[in-house]
Design a protein around this ligand. Structure first.
Ligand SMILES: *[C@@H]1O[C@H](CO)[C@@H](O)[C@H](O)[C@H]1NC(C)=O
Ligand SMILES: *[C@@H]1O[C@H](CO)[C@@H](O)[C@H](O)[C@H]1NC(C)=O
Ligand SMILES: *[C@@H]1O[C@H](CO)[C@@H](O)[C@H](O)[C@H]1NC(C)=O
Length: 503
């Protein structure tokens, strides 16, 4: 069985047209049909056995040489919409392209940055397990504007924050590269752009093996961006952004990847049009990957939303290790939520409010039991009654101070749903504030997203909607006939960069 769908996945490896590494040879395989698996077990599986070290390994020290690309339109706090294309050379030099856009689909470019510098890897991080610290030095940063309005806006900001530096604002000459940082000339006007490359100070490289095909894919996780803009320049990352994918060692269909790989600062990638989907939350949604939160938690999430009565429940499974193999505790929370309204601040997003009225905690290791057993009476369930694997209701104690849970509690949220490949939906929930607090006021509502969840139950409802055909038509993918309706194969395609162990 394993053989069948790994093969099927393998046969779909090349999804984009192009003449660069994307044209990797397609393994000649026979596909077996799997069809009998249901979403519910798939979801449970995702939570219990998320990853398998024998297939997913951290490369230590990380070997960064090569080309790395975004797998889609990324949203940074602000919001900023961008795609990235980073190249690391063997001599520690790097060249990074960041393409910025005005829209959440990355179709309307505003400006592009070319960043050149040096990167030196340091020791393993003591804060973020599994990460390597690094030091970078910027040599040059150049900017190319893709429309006149963006140029005028940025020129005005630069005139204020960096008076010595003048852009030729009178004449709009498309395609001009303006140097905004030069280490040699001792000039740095990047502050006007809120620009920093601190993301390079935390690095993790994951390699995934498809054993039966000897296929390897690689993902590069770089440091997270602080959710508060004014903290961004000083913040040293402890979590990650959405990973970049290796241009040479890639796993899954990725229409965006090939476009980004072929782009440069004068020709920013314009991503394929994707359908905008209504926020139908009903159903079950689960993490695809072991997630990392800054300062530093490893976790997986599993939610159920009931659209009929606007109630929800969620499980947050916490772990002590970056592969989510060693559970520490699980939080169950439930409550209700409001009808969403389109976000005016973050285009493409929907604003909702979530009320948490009930919570339960299960300690999963001795350290957590000891911690909870010794918390002050009345602050976290029944004091002294904590046992590994036994759930305790913490609603009566208004939450659990030791775990930072307060009840009842309201969170101001930002959600969006995106179409994955074919029939499956991805749910993006707002990024948590980097300072570890909760978005408990409208002002703290997120402007970017966490790693997506995949819909596991309720998916059958979206099968055969016209959206899917549109999507495939728009990608112009001639291989789409190779897609079957096998849930596992599709799940695999959709989860893309994540390799799961299913057996
Ligand atoms: C920059 O500032 C100077 C002095 O305040 C002003 O004369 C000039 O017009 C400004 N240029 C732009 C592009 O804002
Ligand atoms: C809301 O609806 C779900 C699914 O129909 C049901 O299981 C749940 O008990 C309901 N909750 C409340 C509070 O009515
Ligand atoms: C927690 O407290 C209970 C009750 O006092 C006790 O039975 C249990 O052994 C304690 N667990 C730990 C790990 O100390």
């Amino acid at each position: 069985m394993m053989h069948g769908w790994w093969m099927m996945v393998g046969s779909l490896i090349v999804f984009v047209s192009g003449n660069k590494p994307w044209d990797a040879p397609v393994p000649q395989t026979q596909s077996h049909t799997i069809g009998k698996l249901h979403w519910e077990p798939v979801c449970q599986y995702q939570l219990r056995h998320l990853q398998d070290e024998t297939r997913i390994t951290a490369v230590l020290p990380p070997r960064l040489e090569g080309h790395w690309v975004s797998t889609g339109c990324e949203v940074r706090p602000g919001p900023e919409f961008l795609t990235r294309f980073y190249t690391f050379y063997p001599n520690r030099l790097f060249k990074a392209h960041q393409f910025y856009y005005t829209d959440p689909y990355c179709r309307d470019p505003s400006y592009s940055l070319v960043i050149k510098g040096r990167l030196r890897l340091r020791q393993a991080s003591w804060i973020t397990r599994g990460a390597t610290e690094a030091e970078h030095h910027l040599q040059k940063v150049g900017i190319v504007f893709h429309n006149e309005r963006t140029m005028r806006e940025i020129a005005t900001q630069m005139n204020q924050s960096c008076p010595g530096f003048m852009l030729p604002t009178r004449s709009w000459i498309p395609g001009t590269l303006h140097e905004v940082l030069s280490a040699k000339a001792g000039r740095d006007c990047t502050a006007a752009l809120d620009f920093t490359m601190h993301e390079l100070s935390l690095v993790r490289l994951e390699r995934k093996y498809l054993q039966q095909e000897s296929t390897v894919s690689e993902e590069l996780f770089l440091g997270d961006i602080h959710t508060e803009k004014r903290e961004r320049m000083h913040y040293r990352p402890t979590g990650y952004q959405r990973p970049l994918q290796s241009a040479m060692h890639h796993l899954h269909p990725c229409p965006a990847c090939g476009l980004i790989y072929q782009a440069d600062e004068h020709h920013p990638p314009i991503l394929p049009l994707v359908p905008e989907l209504p926020l139908h939350l009903s159903g079950k949604w689960a993490s695809i990957h072991c997630e990392v939160r800054p300062a530093v938690l490893f976790l997986t999430r599993y939610f159920t939303f009931n659209g009929n009565n606007q109630t929800w429940e969620g499980y947050y499974h916490h772990y002590s290790d970056p592969l989510c193999n060693q559970p520490t505790f699980t939080i169950y929370a439930s409550g209700h939520y409001t009808k969403g309204i389109p976000s005016s601040k973050v285009k493409g997003g929907t604003e909702l409010e979530f009320k948490v009225t009930k919570a339960k905690v299960t300690a999963m290791d001795k350290a957590t039991v000891l911690m909870l057993n010794s918390s002050d009476p009345g602050t976290c369930g029944k004091n002294g009654f904590w046992v590994i694997g036994t759930e305790q209701d913490i609603t009566q104690t208004n939450g659990c101070i030791a775990l930072g849970i307060q009840l009842p509690h309201t969170e101001y949220e930002l959600f969006k749903i995106e179409q994955g490949i074919k029939d499956h939906l991805l749910l993006f929930i707002g990024e948590r504030p980097t300072d570890g607090s909760s978005p408990d006021t409208p002002a703290k509502r997120p402007t970017s997203y966490q790693a997506p969840l995949i819909q596991c139950v309720g998916a059958s409802r979206v099968f055969s909607t016209p959206v899917n055909q549109n999507y495939l038509a728009m990608t112009g993918n001639s291989r789409s006939t190779a897609l079957t309706s096998s849930p596992l194969a599709l799940l695999f395609l959709l989860t893309g960069f994540y390799v799961l162990k299913w057996n």
